[in-house]
Design a protein around this ligand. Structure first.
Ligand code: CP
Length: 358
């Protein structure tokens, strides 16, 4: 049983709790000084096993602006991870020093694995190509601020939808609001995983799949550009084939609606021409700034909300079955129970969502 306010996936909280966090972020943004002592005496650990600018620094700035303190690493090679320490042992120890532990890791399912052994709240700051729920809270605040609604939206998502953890969490969240439609713009090899498409269908939302920005930009309320992520590809040849397929240019922006906005979780490489930055519809720098306020709200919410006591793993343990996803945390953290949701003809890995055909 777990009695912490972990944020591993968006469904750890209800839609009404997401709205509560976003409303709190709006209040903090309007009057930050009112919150400057709210976390006095609290410690947040940031364990970043993968590089980050925005997520790490916005979390750290958020805790400092709330009057709290921070510990952690942004290079595991400067910690005892370099000596071979397991995720379990690192998290067990650091969580005993902290009130909240924010973790980014390259392995899918690592945040859930961390929550299984932690003695404080765990926040997933990105687990490989799987999920990035705090980016999604940032994106929801940005949509609410820029477009004044989270429903009745036509949203284009462009680029690496396969490994793009920000798009997975965002699609899951926006599917929960009425009448949202998705235009999935990618090459066939970087298409959105089928289990995320199943989430869209399960909510009764609709999606179309296309391979160019040009044919759909005129229909969109928001275009979410993403980077083709070199670090997720098995071979440099495959990355080279995909890397510059999509670029949003000033010329393409002429066909967009006057009130469409462009979002991007950043970092950007070549997928948005720098000339687009001066277009008032380019919302990505405002979006990154919102990340700090939403994380201030999330920290406060995490520390004050009464936790729901519930199990972290709800499936069946099959220690004789190995997850087929080579990036799943169970591949290296061998002590983890192999837990799967049984759907009759498939087992779903509870860490990384991989579907295994029986
Ligand atoms: N959006 C985002 O996660 O950016 P960083 O990788 O810089 O944290």
């Amino acid at each position: 049983m777990n009695n912490f306010n972990n944020l591993i996936d968006m469904d750890d909280y209800t839609v009404s709790q997401w709205n509560e966090i976003i409303s709190l972020a709006e209040k903090i943004k309007a009057n930050p000084m009112e919150y400057s002592e709210k976390c006095r005496g609290k410690i947040m650990a940031t364990l970043f096993y993968e590089p980050s600018t925005r997520t790490q620094m916005s979390f750290q700035a958020a805790m400092i602006r709330l009057g709290g303190n921070i510990i952690g690493f942004d290079n595991p090679n400067n910690s005892s991870v370099a000596k071979g320490e397991s995720l379990k042992d690192t998290v067990k120890i650091v969580s005993s020093y902290s009130d909240i532990l924010v973790m980014r890791h390259s392995q899918e399912g690592s945040a859930k694995a961390a929550a299984l052994c932690a003695d404080c709240h765990i926040i997933n700051a990105g687990d490989g190509g799987h999920l990035h729920p705090t980016q999604t809270l940032t994106d929801l605040l940005t949509l609410k601020t820029e477009l004044r609604r989270l429903d009745n939206l036509t949203v284009g998502l462009c680029g690496d939808l396969k490994y793009g953890r920000t798009t997975h969490s965002l699609v899951k969240a926006l599917s929960s609001f009425p009448n949202n439609r998705f235009v999935l713009i990618s090459t066939p090899s970087l298409a959105l995983p089928s289990y995320i498409k199943d989430v869209i269908r399960a909510h009764g939302s609709s999606f179309t799949e296309v391979d160019t920005i040009d044919e759909t930009i005129k229909d969109l309320d928001m275009l979410y550009m993403t980077r083709i992520q070199r670090e997720r590809f098995a071979s440099s040849e495959e990355y080279e084939r995909q890397k510059d397929v999509y670029c949003l240019t000033k010329a393409k922006m002429q066909y967009a609606r006057p009130n469409m906005i462009v979002m991007h979780p950043l970092p950007r490489v070549n997928e948005i021409e720098v000339a687009v930055d001066d277009d008032p519809r380019a919302a990505y720098f405002r979006q990154a700034n919102n990340g700090m306020y939403v994380r201030m709200a999330l920290i406060l919410f995490t520390l004050t909300e009464k936790p729901k006591i519930r199990p972290l793993l709800m499936g069946e343990i099959h220690n004789n079955v190995c997850c087929t996803n080579s990036k799943c945390v169970t591949q290296t953290e061998k002590y983890l129970p192999h837990s799967f949701i049984n759907r009759g003809d498939i087992l779903i890995c509870e860490y990384c969502d991989e579907r295994i055909l029986l």
